[in-house]
Every structure is written in C-alpha cells, then in structure tokens.
Design a protein around this ligand. Structure first.
Ligand code: PLP
Length: 397
C-alpha cells in the first residue's frame, strides 16, 4: 500500500521503542536498569490521584470546551500572571492532551512549506517530526559544550532569515538539563525584538523541577514586551508526574489561542475532561510533593556524578534541573570494548544494553553524536546499580 508522504519516512518515537525493549527484557527476567525514558518512576501525587477519582464520580466525563475547561484556564492564567509578573486571563490559555499535542497544534496552525523553524541542538527528539508534519523545514543550530549547550545571541541572529517563522527554545533542556539564566534570555530577547516576523515558542515543561528557586527563568520574565510573539508551552507530565494522564497547555495571544482551539475542535475535540477537572482541583496542593521529588532527584544526580567523576576522559555536565545527565563520551569513540570497535555514541549505547543491561539514549537521537543521555528517574537502588555498571563499562574500554 502506498502511504502518505507524511508517514513514508516516519520512525516510531525512540523513547517508546526503548520502553518496549526494557519491558521485554524485564519480562524475560533480565536485571535491566532503564535510564532511557523521560518519565519519573513514582506515582502521580496523591492529591491529584484522589481528585481524579472524584472527578469521575462527579461526572466530569463529558466533552469540554475545545480550548479547555474555563475553571482550569482561569487557574492557569492566575498562576502564569504570578510566575511571569504580567497579566494573563483565561483567553490566553489553550489546553490540550499533553504538551506534545500542544506543539503539534501550534506548528500545524503557524507553519507552512517554505517556513523555517530554528532549533538549537541538542534537542528533544520529538521536535523534528512535529515540525516536519507541518511542512516547515528545520534549521538546526548546533550549540557548543563551552557555551553549556546554549544558543548564543550571535548564533541566533546569524541563523534568522526572512523565512524564519519560529524559534524554538527549551529550558530546562532535554537532553542536557541546562537552564538559561535571566541574563542569557534577555540577550536572546534583544535579538528577537529586531525580527518581528519571528514567533518564539518556549517549552518549559520541566520548569518546576529545578534545583534552585521555584521556577526556571523564562523569556516572559525578562522580555514582557515580546509577549505577543511568545507562545509559552508547558504541561503536567513532568512536574506533576502525570505522563499518562496527558495534559499540556500554552499561554499566548488570544487570537492564536482561538485558532488553536478551532484546530483542536476539528481533531481531538478537547483535552480529557476528567484530567482537567482533577488537575484544576488539586495542583496547588502539591507543593510539598514537588519539593520531595526535587530532593530525590538531587540525590540521584549526585550518586551518578560521584561515581562517574572517577572515570577519566568521561565529560560530565552537571544538570541544573529536570532529570537528565548529559555525558560526553567522545574520548571512548574509536576504542575497543570486548573486541568491538566503538565507532559512535550509538555503539556505546548498544554495548551498554547488551553487556551491562543498562538502557540510555545516544546523542545521535538528540542531533548531537558523541554524547549519551541518562534519565535518573528510577529508585535510588537502581541509580546506584546503574552508576556501578557505567563505571565498570567505561573502565573496561
Ligand atoms: N517537551 C519536552 C522538552 C519533553 O522532554 C517532553 C517529553 O519528554 C515533552 C515536551 C512532552 O510532554 P507531554 O508528555 O506533555 O506530551
């Protein structure tokens, strides 16, 4: 059967493929440790779980308005007004089934063939397919380790042209876990001010999982004048351990929110009603849970850092939030491991899985070979086990 050009070269999401591999290995009784998927291993916070049950009992089981339930839009707008210190109201908020679908809707609504989307690398691996679906072309801008993998104002300006439609910025970042500072964001904003045809999409889905402060800094904090050209995207998956519930949202200009809602009304209709109600009723009660999770993450990060710091030639980039550790493995490429020459970070990923039963994701998937990403999302025991296996592996090369 001849398939559409949209899916002809489409590959399944790597994260989900690796999840399947890990599950299969576990079913076969293998002692596998997965540091691959970007999903914390603990249950959704208790207040949300309870609110979910209540929402079903109360009958929040019908369609919602296509832009989202009014009560949740209102609460999110209030929260955004506080976080960004600029007023937002309900009509600035668009709610959907996960941040990924929010991104899909916005690229479908904004971009056409001939448009360019600027994307700093390394990047979250779902951005390219989401952009490609819209027909726009991707302009990847590689960042440098010396700049902590952050795009500089000079690089941004050099890559903007009259076809640039969207600049996509992700902070805290997946896969590096670096966070742009207010100063860095301000400097990028100064460039963006000169190019009124460019819309900036800021994906800050990890913005509460930060090891300092309550929120990660945001472009809206430092460049409020740009608010008509900023789409601030986020969601509940990471901060609230709600990956499977599917809830994401954006703050943006009212005219655009209307367009996104029309698109949604003609595709998935609306975000899940039970989930919206549950979140609206409970997310403010989760502050202590978030603090607890952050403490666990800091501990896990430190366990890995402490062990891996002893491996010479391995480059560590300590994460500042989220739950990723970005490791530079270039020094091991070209070397031999148990008779096999390691030609790439992909080979390193494969050997780690085969020999040490450890799942991670190689830099190739994030648009930057020579690195691997570890998600420290597991229980402490599993993290300790992973740290030992990684140390052994790199010492044996
Ligand atoms: N944005 C980034 C940077 C991510 O890392 C992820 C998930 O890994 C998402 C968005 C997707 O979030 P959601 O589960 O809300 O679709």
């Amino acid at each position: 059967m001849k398939l559409s050009h949209r899916v002809a070269d489409l590959k399944p999401s790597v994260g989900f493929e690796l999840l399947n591999i890990a599950n299969q290995m576990k079913e076969q009784g293998e002692d596998v440790v997965s540091l691959a998927i970007g999903e914390l291993q603990w249950k959704t916070y208790l207040p949300i779980r309870r609110a979910g049950q209540k929402a079903i009992e109360e009958g929040y089981t019908k369609y919602s308005p296509s832009a989202g339930q009014k009560a949740l839009r209102k609460k999110l707008a209030q929260q955004a007004s506080q976080q960004f210190s600029i007023p937002f109201d309900c009509e600035n908020v668009f709610i959907s089934n996960g941040c990924k679908y929010v991104l899909y809707v916005l690229f479908q609504s904004l971009c056409d063939k001939g448009d360019e989307v600027l994307l700093p690398a390394p990047y979250w691996m779902s951005y390219p397919p989401l952009i490609n679906f819209s027909g726009a072309s991707l302009k990847v801008v590689p960042t440098q380790a010396e700049q902590s993998f952050k795009i500089t104002p000079e690089e941004l300006e050099k890559n903007i042209n009259h076809n640039t439609k969207v600049f996509l910025l992700n902070s805290p970042n997946n896969p590096t876990s670096v966070i742009y500072t207010q100063k860095e964001l301000k400097a990028l904003g100064e460039i963006l001010k000169r190019y009124p045809h460019v819309i900036t999409v800021v994906d800050s889905i990890y913005d509460r999982l930060v090891f300092e402060g309550k929120y990660a800094p945001h472009l809206l904090n430092v460049q409020p004048d740009l608010r008509d050209r900023i789409l601030a995207v986020s969601g509940a998956s990471k901060n609230y351990l709600m990956t499977g519930w599917r809830l994401g949202w954006l703050f943006g200009p009212k005219e655009l929110v209307k367009v996104f809602s029309s698109f949604q009304s003609q595709t998935v209709s609306c975000a899940n009603s039970i989930v919206q109600r549950a979140f609206e009723q409970s997310f403010e009660e989760c502050e202590e849970d978030i603090k607890e999770i952050i403490q666990k993450l800091i501990k896990s990060r430190n366990i890995l850092l402490e062990k891996l710091d002893r491996v010479s030639s391995l480059k560590l980039f300590p994460s500042e939030g989220a739950f990723y550790l970005w490791l530079g493995v270039k020094a091991f490429i070209g070397k031999k491991y148990k008779g096999r020459i390691l030609h790439s970070s992909k080979d390193i990923m494969e050997e780690l899985l085969k020999d040490k039963k450890l799942l991670c994701i190689c830099g190739e998937e994030f648009g930057m070979p020579g690195y691997i990403r570890l998600s420290y999302v597991a229980e402490e025991d599993a993290i300790k086990k992973a740290a030992v296996r990684l140390q052994e592996f790199f010492s044996e090369i």
